[in-house]
Design a protein around this ligand. Structure first.
Ligand SMILES: Nc1ncnc2c1ncn2[C@@H]1O[C@H](COP(=O)(O)OP(=O)(O)OP(=O)(O)O)[C@@H](O)[C@H]1O
Ligand SMILES: [Mg+2]
Length: 259
């Protein structure tokens, strides 16, 4: 049986007095790819940002399993770890935000180093960056170029590579295919699946390409107005009529074609 890697219990969070996430429980097991879907504005990004300490948590806890240290409490009202603390403390968690995901005025190499800013890691920078260049050869070819010269898809790859630099066990991605052409989006999703399969990295993903993402995932959650409206094995969610119509954009006619 797979071991739990992330447990978020009763998450309540938001901005100032605005409550956005309203009592959410989610978990990711080792080796799993889990997708969160839901309408625009339902709180998906807010939930993910709460997990990594970018949004204030009002209630609840987030814990990550570290093989050597056991459960690490990373978010609670009393102890909220910011993303830089998460990296500095060696918490095995990586994050790729929905937008503004690279530093445009820095070069490719400088961007990679931003994901690897802890001094004690200096000695393995070369090894880690080589691994990234194997995964994303385009970055090696353009290592000294400014990130502002990259296309949208290339920037997404750089953001992904940067998040992978500290060798996380769990990667959290907020709409990694946003603004990508359909073929590039498919390529990006396949790259993410391959990280799970070849690098043993578990994945928690928010995706607007809900149907495709669930097809590639093990489990899913549907978030509606800050609450979990449905959850379960991705296959089961894909087969549920209500979910297909409301959240996967499958219409009756298409449904007939699908059968
Ligand atoms: N920085 C902020 N300050 C105040 N309210 C915010 C902030 N960011 C988001 N919100 C509000 O929180 C709610 C949820 O937003 P969020 O970005 O989490 O939704 P989402 O599900 O990720 O949407 P999308 O699918 O469009 O990315 C929205 O009503 C939004 O207006
Ligand atoms: Mg969002």
């Amino acid at each position: 049986m797979s071991e739990p890697l992330l447990r978020a219990n009763n998450i309540v969070s938001g901005y100032g007095k605005l409550l956005v996430v309203d009592g959410v429980d989610i978990h990711v097991d080792e080796g799993e790819m889990v997708t969160i879907i839901g309408p625009n504005g339902s709180g998906k990004s807010t939930l993910i940002k709460t997990l990594i300490g970018l949004v204030n948590i009002f209630e609840g806890t987030v814990r990550i399993m570290d093989k050597e240290r056991g459960w690490l409490d990373i978010q609670s009202k009393k102890n909220q770890m910011r993303p830089d603390e998460i990296i500095k403390e060696g918490v095995p968690l990586g994050y790729v935000p929905q937008l503004a995901n690279v530093f445009p005025s820095l070069t490719i190499e400088e961007n990679l180093k931003m994901g690897f800013f802890v001094k004690k890691w200096d000695s393995c920078y070369q090894e880690r960056s080589q691994r990234m260049f194997e995964l994303f050869p385009i970055l090696k070819e353009r290592i000294d170029q400014k990130a502002s010269l990259l296309s949208g898809g290339e920037r997404q790859m750089l953001a992904l590579a940067r998040a992978l630099m500290p060798a996380p066990k769990l990667l959290i991605l907020d709409e990694p295919t946003a603004a990508l052409a359909p073929n590039l989006a498919e390529e990006m999703l396949r790259m993410i699946v391959s990280l799970k399969e070849t690098a043993a990295i578990s994945i928690l993903l928010v995706e607007q390409r809900a149907k495709r993402s669930l097809e590639l995932s093990d489990r899913g959650y549907v978030l509606v107005t800050g609450r979990i409206a449905a959850e379960g094995p991705a296959k089961e969610l894909l087969e549920e009529d209500k979910i297909r119509k409301l959240y996967l954009g499958v219409r009756d006619k298409e449904e007939k074609r699908d059968e």
